[in-house]
Design a protein around this ligand. Structure first.
Ligand SMILES: NC(=O)c1ccc[n+]([C@@H]2O[C@H](COP(=O)([O-])OP(=O)(O)OC[C@H]3O[C@@H](n4cnc5c(N)ncnc54)[C@H](O)[C@@H]3O)[C@@H](O)[C@H]2O)c1
Length: 433
């Protein structure tokens, strides 16, 4: 495959880090850029093994801030943008953090689409979810042209992104491809989500909280299968088309617990039923014949599904430090110490100083590719300095807001950590399925 420059947004999270690792392995001549805000879900550890590669750069930035997105996409002009930065935890979207879902998942998606349009990007993949279709009755499988019927703030914010993406395609012919995948599982998934929460609770001798009667159905997709589909769509995805991605691994939540218990050889006393999530969708199920026509097929299905669960459990067994630091709140302290900087939640925009760091990183990419873009860099620098008076006001305005917000965020996070430390009851109520 030809050399490509790919921008992944949200690459420091669960699916993003698995995707970047896969792209780097399969396409050593591609250059991968990763724009991520490093929220609580974005962990620098997730891509530590490739961090120093000359074919990779990490740019800390916020898709919710137009300037962060514009500067990167306009300067670098990637061949393809894979937009997956998002607030992704349904429970957080319905218990006090919904503003961030609107800001990142809707405004952030708009910013990315808009920047791609200005820069004339030739392929944009917007990573969405099966949750936009809402709950399905048993035996029903939705196709890509089904109506959107989201139930939570999370799925409504993702569906808004889908609608914006389609509007950019219809109105401006922006070459956007949308993926809607089912629930993923695998290595590096933040332990607030159902499967890693279950595994790590069991490993810490804690009960596994199950919403309602545990009969809700999800179609489980091993993360590498999803990444393989996205990788294929970089070349084969047809602009303006939507692709469902799932493996036909329908399981009730209780069935998932049974598999994990079996892999870990634990008895069923471990289950604790908790009050159901408000608006909890009963079942998601999609027809995936469209993406299969392009040549994608999930590897981890039917009798290989158990192997994927086993590999996931083994990953959590082998990477205890990774999840224990997250669960104990040590991750935040680690971050400050390791990177000798503020905690991620305290930064939410690129300042002018950050911009120059970014230019430096860009230079190192250009050097590695032996491309002389000095003139272009100069032009962009001039443009940035021309815009300065307006930007300065904006920056000050945002900075004040941010300062207030940082304090609130920090307080909230501290509270979170204290609460987690005190008892796990609260955390137990936050089960993503
Ligand atoms: N996990 C699933 O089962 C699943 C299923 C279907 C679709 N999806 C979609 O896939 C994408 C990735 O999901 P995930 O599970 O890896 O999520 P995640 O929560 O693990 O990671 C999200 C990443 O986005 C980053 N981010 C958040 N806000 C940002 C912002 N404003 N600017 C820049 N970066 C920001 C975070 O730092 C993090 O690295 C999301 O768009 C999600 O909606 C996930």
């Amino acid at each position: 495959m030809a050399q490509k420059k790919i921008l992944v947004t949200g690459g420091q999270g669960f699916i993003g880090s698995n995707l970047i690792r896969r792209l780097m392995k399969n396409h050593p001549d591609w250059f991968i850029m990763n724009l991520d805000k490093l929220t609580y879900a974005g962990n620098p550890q997730n891509l530590k093994d490739i961090d120093k590669s000359p074919h990779y750069i990490f740019v800390e930035g916020d898709v919710g801030i137009k300037q962060d997105v514009d500067s990167l996409i306009n300067i670098e002009g990637p061949d393809c943008v894979i937009h997956m930065a998002a607030e992704s935890h349904v429970d957080r979207s319905i218990c006090g953090y919904s503003d961030e879902f609107i800001r990142t998942n809707i405004v952030g998606t708009y910013n990315v689409l808009n920047a791609c349009m200005s820069a004339g990007i030739k392929k944009i993949i917007y990573v969405s979810t099966d949750e936009v279709y809402g709950s399905q009755d048993s035996g029903e499988f939705v196709k890509e042209d089904a109506n959107l019927n989201p139930s939570s703030i999370y799925s409504a914010s993702k569906a808004s992104g889908d609608l914006l993406a389609m509007a950019f395609y219809k109105t401006f012919k922006l070459p956007v491809v949308i993926t809607r995948s089912s629930n993923n599982f695998g290595p590096y998934q933040y332990p607030e989500k159902f499967i890693p929460l279950m595994i790590t609770n069991i490993l810490e001798d804690k009960k596994v909280p199950i919403y309602g009667d545990g009969e809700n159905v999800r179609d489980w997709l091993y993360v590498d299968d999803n990444c393989a589909a996205i990788e294929m769509l970089v070349d084969k995805g047809v602009p303006g088309e939507i692709y469902n991605i799932a493996a036909n691994n329908e399981l009730t939540n209780l069935e998932v617990v049974d598999i994990i218990r079996d892999v870990l050889d634990i008895n069923e006393d471990v289950i604790e039923f908790v009050k159901d999530r408000p608006g909890h969708d009963f079942r998601y199920a999609m027809d995936t014949s469209k993406i299969k026509l392009l040549g994608w097929n999930p590897k981890y299905k039917a009798n290989k599904l158990r192997q994927a669960f086993k590999e996931t459990v083994n990953w959590y067994l082998d990477n205890e430090k990774w999840w224990r630091e997250i669960r104990s709140g040590e991750y935040k302290k680690y971050y400050n110490k390791q990177y000798n900087t503020e905690a991620p939640s305290q930064r939410s925009m690129l300042t002018n100083e950050d911009n120059s760091k970014f230019m430096f990183k860009k230079k190192s990419f250009s050097d590695s590719k032996k491309i002389d873009e000095t003139e272009e860099e100069k032009k962009v620098e001039e443009e940035i300095s021309e815009e300065k008076p307006e930007d300065t006001d904006e920056t000050e305005e945002i900075s004040e807001e941010d300062t207030e917000k940082e304090e609130t965020d920090e307080d909230e996070e501290d509270d979170d950590v204290e609460e987690e430390d005190e008892e796990d009851q609260e955390e137990d109520d936050e089960v993503e399925v």
